[in-house]
Design a protein around this ligand. Structure first.
Ligand code: Q9C
Ligand code: ZN
Length: 550
């Protein structure tokens, strides 16, 4: 609420103040309503009631200096006392920022909120959380404001987590539609922070128009390989494009990196309807992105708001994220028809650029048949290979883009999409069916056998990294695309999967089939009977619209 002060000051201040404040440059899209509509939506959906509110604090000088220079901090500190002309001049040295006399206070609260969230998660007070803050942070640099950002909230949070809690590895996932160049610069040579960002790029035509936002900026020195940029060279990216990048780039690398904490630069300008992003992903994709990240770092995840400027789409995306953080199953993913040509090209470039750093990207394991142009699975055959092809595509794209551009800009904000359906989570989240003579563990509920259910049968896989690749690059996209109504997992004693791998598998697959998961665990003495019961069960549930045996 404090964060709205700098615009709401009109509402209750004396007329003399009103005159003074009226002429400060204000941003047309980075507005206080972004927070009020998001917060209201969380209240209306009942989600706010299920969350613990953590009080915000101001970030201290020491916190801010973890990322920013003393000169910059001192300069920002003076802004509340500047005259209108001085402020305007101060603003002019940076790109796309709007300094208002109260923004220093708000920026301290925004960074401080991210730190309070890190504290709450690291001390175990909460499992995960989201900080709804403004101004955003990911564009601001050591000694410069940029793109509506004053202090780099997430970068400060990452440094703070390392310093305060001895966190060894932090993963920063930046799903905002802009490149968080500030975060990249901050951790470029630091192998303890893996920064992943996808962003509208259009071959460097889109703001901030930096060469270093391209896929070949992989990090420097010791940090080489720890900076992953996925440039979107076209607008209109959809759910399939986002999920493909998660399955084929981010997740395999993230699992190999094995973070102790996940921070999300949670900008929602990457969703449909946003005037900046002009992308087409539906708000419920954020449920899946969130879910897929929640299996990392023992679930320790802090999402911090960045962009998101469509006041209809933003609150929907925020609710999808928060509801998933609360543990509710993700909705059915809509319209998954495989990544578009341009996304596929980016995907290929990123994988090639990072192949030398990550063993999960070393082998092309996705040898898949046919012209599966509309599949989430990768098939090497359809990836453009030569530079000539790439150049030709670029030229054709540029022509096309020029024509489309004017039209798109007009349409982005008027775009219509269905409101995400209400997600109702069952009262009992997990049930156990046990043999009669086995005691029910604490926190579990005994139910009768007639419950639920799709099936996954994995066997004879002992190599963990191969397994991770198979699950992330193959099983997950296949499962998403197949869109079953039930996931049935059968764990046989001879599967060779250790508990932690099994836990990951179960967790990841819960993003499909609205979380409807049935696990069958066989005890050794009844192994044959167990397999048979799986098939019987599938037969019994033949009425389900879709199920599959892997
Ligand atoms: N007229 C965030 O989403 N505007 N910042 C570029 C030029 C800058 C976005 C358009 C957009 C900054 C946090
Ligand atoms: Zn943004």
């Amino acid at each position: 609420k404090n964060n709205n002060f700098y615009h709401n000051v009109f509402a209750f201040s004396a007329p003399i103040l009103l005159c003074l404040y009226y002429f400060f440059p204000v941003c047309k899209i980075e507005v206080p309503e972004r927070l009020t509509v998001s917060h209201e939506a969380l209240i209306k959906t009942g989600l706010a009631d299920r969350c613990i509110s953590v009080p915000v604090r101001e970030a201290t000088d020491a916190d801010i200096l973890l990322v920013h220079s003393e000169e910059y901090l001192e300069a920002v500190k003076k802004t509340p006392y500047m005259t209108l002309e001085d402020l305007q001049e101060f603003t002019l040295q940076y790109g796309d920022v709007y300094f208002h006399p109260n923004i220093y206070h708000c920026a301290k609260l925004a960074a401080g909120a991210a730190l309070q969230l890190v504290d709450s998660v690291m001390t175990g007070k909460v499992r995960n959380g989201m900080a709804l803050v403004r101004p955003p942070g990911h564009h601001s640099m050591r000694s410069a404001a940029s793109g509506f950002c004053v202090f780099n909230n997430v970068a400060i949070a990452a440094q703070y987590a390392k310093q305060q809690y001895g966190v060894k590895r932090v993963l920063i996932v930046d799903w905002d539609v802009h490149h968080g160049q500030g975060v990249q610069y901050c951790f470029e040579d630091d192998p303890s922070v893996l920064y992943f960002s996808w962003h509208r790029y259009e071959h460097q035509k889109f703001w901030p128009q930096l060469k270093e936002s391209d896929y070949n900026s992989v990090g420097k020195e010791k940090g080489a390989g720890f900076n992953i940029n996925v440039p979107w060279n076209k607008v209109g990216m959809k759910n399939s494009d986002y999920l493909s990048v998660f399955c084929h780039i981010l997740l395999p690398v993230a699992y190999e990196f094995s973070p102790d904490l996940v921070l999300v630069c949670a900008g929602f300008d990457s969703a449909i309807g946003d005037p900046e992003g002009e992308m087409c992903a539906s708000p419920d994709i954020f449920a899946h992105l969130t879910h897929l990240l929640m299996n990392l770092a023992g679930g320790k995840l802090c999402a911090v708001l960045e962009g998101g400027y469509n006041l209809t789409s933003l609150p929907q995306s925020v609710c999808q994220t928060v509801q998933t953080l609360l543990g509710d199953p993700a909705p059915r993913p809509a319209n998954l028809d495989g990544p578009c040509e341009s996304a596929l090209e980016s995907l290929h470039c990123v994988r090639s650029a990072h192949r030398q750093y990550w063993s999960c990207l070393k082998h092309m394991t996705f040898i898949f048949t046919a012209s599966s142009n509309n599949s989430l699975l990768l098939s090497p055959a359809e990836l453009p290979t030569s530079d000539v092809t790439t150049k030709r595509i670029k030229l054709a794209e540029e022509e096309e883009d020029k024509l489309k551009k004017v039209e798109e800009e007009k349409n982005a904000e008027e775009e219509v999409w269905p409101e995400p359906p209400k997600r109702v989570a069952p009262a009992v989240r997990t049930a156990l069916v046990l043999p009669n003579d086995v005691a029910c563990p604490d926190g579990c509920k005994h139910v009768n056998t007639s419950q639920v259910c799709l099936l996954v049968l994995l066997q004879g896989c002992s190599d963990v990294s191969g397994f991770a690749q198979a699950v992330l690059g193959l099983l997950l996209p296949l499962g998403y695309e197949y869109d079953p109504s039930l996931v049935l997992l059968a764990r046989t004693p001879d599967s060779g999967l250790c508990d932690s791998v099994w836990q990951q598998l179960t967790g990841l697959l819960q993003g499909i089939a609205q979380g409807h998961t049935l696990v069958l665990m066989q005890v050794r003495r009844r192994r044959r009977g167990g397999s048979i019961s799986v098939y019987l069960l599938l037969h019994f549930w033949g009425g389900l619209d879709r199920w599959q045996v892997f």
